[in-house]
Design a protein around this ligand. Structure first.
Ligand SMILES: Cc1ncc(COP(=O)(O)O)c(C=O)c1O
Length: 415
């Protein structure tokens, strides 16, 4: 299939806005998107480029991998959460069971009312619901690229499109670019997507920049702010955007229990927004959240000490791994999340496969950053396996490059 089919490019003041049409969100992006196999880990289906073989791995094969591909919490839920979920199994045969007050607990955490909270089977469901709700009549989503592509992918699946703005040179999000794109295409824009911190780069949008964005676009424009990695941020320039909901702005904040709370396989996420926006979205949710994760979620909100430990060890390991790669001469993008990107200076696709052969799953490619490898922070053992594999793969690559150079110069010498 033609890579550029359905993609039209338009010169744009201050940058290039790429309109991604219904025919495809650059297949090279799409086909790796969070597949169902070990390398993916999301709720989406298995793609053509991710062979079905991956999803047919035996549990033993899956377990044996160092899983650094999907930004999960490698330590699993703490005892308090496991106990709450185990207790909730007694409701396995019921419909109208007590749910532990999960909506009320989330509302309490954010200082909002239960009517401001919408649950989803993972925040991924909410992202899809936002698309379905606000991209009617061919409306488009505006956001940067690369970002969490499920949002753009869903837009194409509801026959809408994404207008994407490139990242800045330092891989941060181009806020003036997003403002211009939104204003220029105002009538066609259904909502703006801001992933903060951004996946795959790990970079934040500062609280000042969020305000700049919200103040710079028409005041009725819906903005979806995805805070999936909120809990890993240390930078004081960052803040949650939940207060904008309380201010009455049309923002939708999404959070997930899949990352710091280690409940990715159990599926729980939510949106915080105005009552009006929640009411618009609610009809599109499926209501498929299970009894166990509702109770697990409540326990996770109450027992935050284990999360602080996970954050500390994750950030320590990130620092250590990044320092090691930097000392080996690689550029690493500063990160505020449980993953980071390293610049390999060569195409990343074959390298991902080499890692897999060595039992290490790393992130998929994120075009147009085709030479950057995204690595999730696993546990200490997984990170040691990553470091060993990285050294082996990279030294083999430099050796074969040197050999090629030598034989080339050898040929010249003899000719
Ligand atoms: C930025 C971002 N948003 C949302 C999600 C969806 O996560 P979940 O559906 O498990 O809540 C992910 C998952 O990787 C993500 O990286």
């Amino acid at each position: 299939m033609d890579e550029n089919k359905g993609v039209s490019r338009r010169k744009f003041v201050g940058g290039v806005v790429t309109a991604v049409g219904v025919l495809g969100l650059k297949p090279s992006v799409d086909l790796w998107a969070q597949g169902g196999g070990a390398q993916g880990g999301g709720a989406q289906g298995v793609s053509a480029q991710q062979p079905a073989r991956r999803s047919r791995e035996t549990p033993e094969e899956y377990d044996a991998y160092a899983k650094l591909a999907a930004n999960e919490n490698p330590y699993g839920p703490p005892d308090s959460v496991m106990e709450a979920m185990t207790h909730a199994f007694k409701y396995a045969n019921r419909y109208g069971y007590p749910d532990g007050g999960i909506v009320e607990e989330i509302a309490k955490l954010h200082g909002v009312k239960p009517e401001n909270v919408l649950l989803g089977a993972g925040s991924g469901e909410i992202l899809d619901v936002v698309g379905t709700t606000f991209l009617d009549n061919g409306k488009k989503v505006v956001g940067v690229e690369p970002s969490y592509s499920q949002v753009y992918q869903h837009a194409t699946s509801v026959k809408a499109a994404a207008l994407t703005v490139p990242l800045l040179e330092d891989y941060r999000q181009d806020i003036p670019g997003l403002i211009k794109a939104t204003k220029t295409h105002y009538r066609d824009v259904g909502f703006v997507y801001l992933c903060n911190p951004n996946n795959p780069t790990g970079r934040i949008v500062t609280k000042k920049e969020v305000k700049q964005l919200l103040d710079g676009i028409p005041e009725d424009m819906v903005v979806l702010i995805d805070e999936a990695y909120h809990h890993f941020v240390d930078d004081g320039e960052y803040a949650t955007s939940v207060p904008y909901v309380l201010e009455g702005r049309p923002v939708i904040i999404t959070r997930t229990f899949s990352k710091i709370s280690a409940l990715a396989g159990m599926r729980l996420g939510y949106a915080v927004a105005s009552k009006e926006l929640i009411q618009k979205m609610r009809p599109y949710t499926i209501g498929s959240i299970n009894a166990t994760v509702k109770w697990g979620g409540v326990a996770a909100l109450k027992d935050t000490e284990p999360q602080a430990k996970v954050k500390k060890i994750t950030l320590d390991l990130r620092k250590k791994t990044m320092a090691e790669l930097t000392s080996m001469g690689y550029n690493v993008i500063p990160s505020e999340t449980n993953f980071f990107m390293v610049h390999l200076r060569r195409p990343v696709v074959p390298v991902i496969e080499e890692f897999r052969k060595k039992g290490v799953l790393v992130g998929r490619p994120f075009p147009p950053m085709n030479e950057h490898l995204r690595v999730s922070i696993g546990n200490p053992d997984e990170m040691a396996r990553f470091a060993t594999a990285f050294k082996a793969i990279e030294s083999a690559a430099s050796k074969s490059k040197a050999d090629a150079g030598a034989s080339k110069s050898g040929t010249r010498h003899h000719s």
